[in-house]
Ligand binder design. Structure first.
Ligand code: FES
Length: 107
């Protein structure tokens, strides 16, 4: 598992609940959002038809895809028989660390 840091601590701390921001981390786009004051991170690729979540939203603990409006649970990733690829986030020494797997090609 790779731990990548997001150095925008202030931006994430001030992130409005339900808004989604994207960051290019370790060769891939990831999304970051907040729900009930907890930070969540997930791959910026919808498991349904690979759309970006960038213009999506979060409601009631789910991230909602902007294309077909499927909702995926932020904790489990489950939604509509599919799984969102979500990543653990921890706050460590003033920066957020996101853990994710790299495939054999390095991304
Ligand atoms: S592409 Fe996301 S729900 Fe269809």
């Amino acid at each position: 598992m790779v731990l990548a840091s997001i150095n925008d601590r202030q931006l994430i701390d001030q992130l409005e609940e339900g808004k989604i921001i994207r960051r290019f981390v370790d060769d891939q786009w990831i999304c970051v959002t907040k729900n009930d004051n907890k930070v969540y991170s997930f791959k910026d690729k919808c498991p349904h038809a690979r759309a970006s979540f960038f213009r999506g939203s979060c409601e009631d603990g789910k991230v909602v895809c902007p294309v077909h409006h499927f909702g995926f649970d932020l904790n489990t990733g489950r939604g509509h028989g599919l799984y969102l690829e979500n990543y653990p986030v921890i706050l460590h020494e003033d920066q957020y660390l996101i853990g994710f797997e790299k495939n054999i090609f390095g991304f």
